[in-house]
Design a protein around this ligand. Structure first.
Ligand code: ZN
Length: 452
């Protein structure tokens, strides 16, 4: 009955996101702010669920990782230590004819040809200004005086907040190597080239683990984390055929990294990075120790040895991960010669777990019963905290289709018979199977099915 998954286009996803309230253009009434996005009523739920699934597997299900939530603003010396002040920039050139600005690497195919051979993509001009470095960090000022001495940055990555807290976490948790610190938070990069919807934006959210290991064991843990993180996406429903691991070549590596592999997803616009797993060596801790003058060694109790741990960093983007889940879950089926759009999200990710729908909204007893079932599920389903909605804004067929389209796992329909037999119809999203369940048993029945 159901047809196989068709290729999902970005147009279909962006249209669904706007229409159903997942993602909106930021400041839309003013014409929008370039490459900046707002998450709507369903988007905020999906995003929270993605982050919660990550936090559960990275922190709650382990003994060796603790959480952290560091500030976005940091001491400016932190960015000197990290190398961002000196080397986090793009080289830009202007077209002398149309004055448009470009990244040098975009015009020279990442250095494969000389700028003298380049053509302006806008006006086909061939004359460009000298290249100038453009730092990608957003600058702002601390306090009421806008002078160089008070200039600070919005963090371009969350990782540095973890490194500068290395001693604090170590001393407060008494962790032994290997151990990690996990953090989810916003980061900002004044990217010259943005695009592909939420894939690359100037304000974004990262989910990062910094995993501290004995240097000789670094490669073992590097491999461990590549597998661990790949499996996480598959466990939450991404088709493994749409995922691949790409090892960076030596000339692609960041200045601090010894090895790096990307987990890539097959987006409609091509393979692109969801997450990078890097062996950052002891670069960061050594740099911060040097600039701060503080001892950031780890003291090994057994051997009485002091050492600077190596760091393995799995670093994922929340926004692009959410986008990948949306694309991978989207499918169109033909059911009884009608098109059905389904967001086949994993039950842990679906924004809405249960929708309660009255079959007749002009029958007061049915509405009353449906609302009391909604209240009860909100308070008691899986201990509460699961999104349960009540909806009577259309006929039942249309309500089902709307819920399928946003990935709601179960629809509970209250009808005339429910008033007599105290039973409701429970419809499952993927199979569309319907079952009569007693109202008394409903929360246990749904709770069991929603339990991961
Ligand atoms: Zn031009």
């Amino acid at each position: 009955m159901a047809k196989a998954k068709t290729e999902t286009s970005m147009e279909k996803i962006t249209s669904l996101c706007k229409r159903r309230g997942f993602i909106f253009q930021n400041s839309e009434i003013y014409g929008g702010l370039a490459s900046t996005w707002d998450y709507g009523p369903l988007g905020v739920e999906l995003k929270r669920n993605v982050k919660e699934a990550w936090w559960a597997s990275s922190v709650y299900e382990r003994d060796d990782i603790a959480g952290l939530d560091a500030a976005i603003l940091m001491h400016p010396k932190a960015w000197q230590a990290s190398g961002h002040v000196k080397s986090f920039f793009d080289l830009l050139v202007d077209c002398k004819n149309c004055k448009k600005r470009f990244k040098l690497e975009d015009l020279t195919e990442s250095g494969k040809k000389k700028i003298g051979q380049a053509k302006c993509p806008n006006c086909a001009g061939t004359s460009f200004t000298e290249q100038r470095p453009f730092n990608l960090m957003f600058k702002t000022f601390l306090g009421p005086v806008e002078e160089t001495g008070s200039q600070i940055y919005l963090r371009p990555e969350t990782a540095q907040g973890i490194f500068v807290n290395f001693n604090n976490v170590l001393n407060s948790t008494h962790k032994k190597l290997p151990f990690g610190i996990a953090q989810i938070g916003k980061a900002f990069r004044n990217e010259v080239t943005t695009g592909n919807f939420t894939f690359r934006s100037r304000e974004f959210e990262q989910m990062e683990i910094e995993y501290f290991v004995r240097p000789p064991e670094a490669n073992k843990w590097y491999k461990y984390w590549i597998k661990e993180r790949f499996d996480w996406y598959v466990k939450l429903g991404i088709n493994p055929d749409n995922l691949r691991i790409r090892e960076h070549k030596k000339d692609e590596l960041a200045h601090y990294a010894k090895a790096c592999a990307d987990i890539e997803y097959k987006f409609p616009f091509g393979w692109a990075e969801l997450e990078g797993i890097a062996n950052r060596t002891d670069f960061d801790l050594k740099q911060h120790a040097n600039l701060s003058g503080k001892d950031l060694n780890y003291f090994e109790q057994d051997s009485k040895e002091r050492l600077v741990p190596y760091i393995i960093e799995p670093s994922g983007g929340v926004d692009r991960t959410m986008l990948a889940f949306l694309i991978d879950a989207y499918r169109e089926e033909e059911v009884r010669e009608r098109k059905r759009v389904v967001l086949g999200l994993d039950k842990r990710l679906s924004p809405i777990k249960v929708a309660v729908l009255p079959l007749l909204k002009n029958r007061a007893e049915i509405v009353k019963l449906a609302k009391s079932i909604t209240d009860d599920l909100r308070k008691n389903l899986c201990g509460g905290g699961k999104r349960v909605v009540y909806d009577d804004t259309a006929a039942i067929g249309r309500l089902y289709r709307r819920q399928d389209e946003v990935g709601t796992i179960f629809c509970v329909t209250v009808d005339v018979d429910s008033l007599q037999d105290k039973k409701v119809t429970v419809r499952q999203r993927d199979s569309m199977e319907q079952e009569r369940i007693s109202i008394e048993n409903l929360k246990n029945y749904l709770g069991e099915k929603l339990q991961s």
